[in-house]
Ligand binder design. Structure first.
Ligand code: FES
Length: 165
């Protein structure tokens, strides 16, 4: 009479009881699946939260930054100039004889847009924006974020941003 091999692991893994190979593989797969779901779920919610947060309304940094002087009005022309506002890059320029400022962070997934040929172009997913910040093409749900700007004497001051229409 032929004997068959036992279907249990000789090592006690489950509270002192021998565990079957099927149960061991099932528990290992459930562990891997649970870990994967937990990591991806956390990443998903962090990404969604970061996407929904406009760069001008940072929970920590930007609201504390307040108004920052970024040079004289004479430093700016109709050619958009990059200016640092905290860790954000902002384009400042004259548009229709008015000094304006727009965040360089694309409202899609925040790649830095580049000024070229009279408009802003995003290198990541080919979005483009007009000089008044409005979306022309591409996946972003809205236009560029307009940066608050005021002039004190001859100094240009930047504050927190609000979305362009
Ligand atoms: S990040 Fe700009 S279009 Fe996607």
């Amino acid at each position: 009479m032929k004997e068959t091999a036992p279907k249990t692991c000789p090592v006690a893994l489950d509270g002192g009881e021998n565990i079957t190979r099927r149960n061991f593989i099932l528990k290992a797969l459930l562990g891997v699946l649970g870990t994967t779901l937990a990591v991806n779920g956390a990443y998903f919610f962090a990404t969604v939260f970061d996407f929904l947060r406009p760069p001008g309304i940072d929970l920590e940094g930007r609201t504390k930054l307040g108004w920052i002087a970024v040079g004289s009005t004479k430093n700016y022309t109709e050619e958009p100039k990059k200016v640092d506002y905290g860790d954000e890059i902002v384009y400042v320029y004259y548009h229709k004889k008015k000094l304006v400022a727009f965040s360089a962070a694309c409202p899609h997934v925040r790649c830095i847009v580049k000024y070229e040929s009279g408009k802003f172009a995003c290198p990541c997913h080919a979005a483009s924006f007009s000089l008044d910040g409005k979306k022309i093409t591409g996946p972003p749900p809205r236009g560029l974020y307009e940066q608050k700007l005021k002039i004190q004497g001859s100094s240009v001051m930047l504050g927190g941003g609000t979305p362009a229409a």
